[in-house]
Design a protein. Structure first.
Length: 364
């Protein structure tokens, strides 16, 4: 029996670049040596884009299955979701494209929740077009918070940096009122725990951004730093978490200070994602603090280039790699914590576990 992880991939909006980057990734079938990929989407959409890009992309031979339990190792599996017929208009938003994305995501999330797949990688959705009575969520993160155990933390990851967000999809005008000492302390703890169990960093260093320009300038430009953010940092530091700040974001990123930390906590969406995407164009969006692993590329549906065959699949490819790595690290962390003393002794060159010792005297 193969021990390859089953990685679910929801195809996203049918009018965006989701299917294009999926086809580009699996045109090289070597990825099936690392995992068993299970695409959730519509075979009609797959066939449409295969034909559209037949001159640019090698054809992908899908193994069509009715449920993920039938997935075959060494093949690119495709689970049929939603309506079999769909009108596809690359680069043009439509409710049909949104409905297809919702059907794929909901089916994949159910399998993730049931343990049929080991992780989920989500292609981009259009947050407006996906809205319906059956999908009243503002994004993947909010949907998965409802479907899976845990309170999600949005964390952007690359080899250069990791950025977590205190608030996620929230209007800027509402950010300040949403922040509290309790929320920021909770986010710091979430980042600390994720860095330990998901990334194998035993003693993480976390930088916390300020909300206001110049970190509030001693209260002249805002009091959130002194009244909310700094007390939260001090609280976590007292819990033996290496949290530092608050730092003014402009100077922090411009000076390259992010290189000194394992993760950064930004107060709002664009404060963290603008520098991250500038410095890490092929980064990954990881939803931390959930019972299961979900990643995605760090870009959207990209209607402006959809259907042209020029989309770069690297961020999506990295999202698949990261999903595999995080599942394995999380499993290793769980195993290690089941008996940390025994592992510690083994790492020192001896094992005090009696059951592992050979018998030195015969039994009477």
């Amino acid at each position: 029996m193969s021990n390859r992880l089953k990685i679910g991939i929801s195809a996203g909006d049918t009018n965006g670049i989701g299917w294009e980057i999926i086809l580009k990734i699996f045109a090289d079938n070597r990825l099936t040596e690392l995992c068993t990929p299970i695409i959730y989407g519509q075979s009609a959409a797959a066939a449409y884009y295969q034909k559209r890009y037949q001159q640019e992309i090698e054809p992908v031979r899908f193994n069509h299955i009715d449920n993920a339990e039938r997935a075959a190792s060494g093949k690119v599996n495709l689970v049929e979701c939603g309506e079999r017929e769909v009108k596809i208009t690359p680069g043009k938003p439509s409710k049909e494209g949104g409905a297809a994305a919702a059907a794929a995501l909901q089916r994949a999330a159910q399998d993730l929740r049931d343990g049929t797949i080991d992780a989920l990688v989500t292609a981009p959705i259009d947050k407006e077009m996906i809205q319906s009575a059956n999908f009243p969520y503002t994004g993947h993160t909010e949907f998965l918070a409802k479907e899976l155990d845990g309170e999600p933390l949005m964390m952007m990851c690359s080899e250069l940096m990791r950025v977590g967000l205190a608030t996620i999809h929230l209007p800027v005008a509402k950010v300040a009122e949403a922040l509290s000492e309790e929320l920021i302390a909770k986010r710091i703890r979430q980042i600390n725990e994720s860095l330990r169990q998901d990334f194998g960093i035993v003693r993480p260093r976390i930088a916390v951004m300020a909300l206001n320009p110049h970190a509030g300038d001693g209260g002249l430009l805002g009091e959130e730093e002194q009244q909310i953010i700094k007390p939260a940092i001090e609280q976590c530091y007292g819990e033996d978490i290496l949290a530092f700040g608050p730092f003014a974001a402009d100077g922090f990123f411009a000076a390259g200070a992010y290189k000194q930390y394992d993760a950064i906590l930004a107060m709002y969406h664009d404060q963290g994602l603008a520098p991250f995407k500038t410095l890490s164009p092929d980064g990954v969006n990881f939803t931390a603090s959930l019972a299961a692993v979900r990643t995605s590329p760090d870009h959207g549906v990209a209607y402006d280039i959809a259907g042209r065959g020029v989309a770069d699949p690297q961020s999506m490819r990295n999202a698949i790699y990261d999903a595999i790595d995080i599942v394995r690290r999380r499993d290793a962390w769980t195993e290690w914590n089941e008996n940390p003393l025994q592992h510690f002794e083994r790492e020192k060159g001896r094992d005090i576990s009696v059951k592992d010792l050979p018998e030195t005297e015969p039994n009477d």
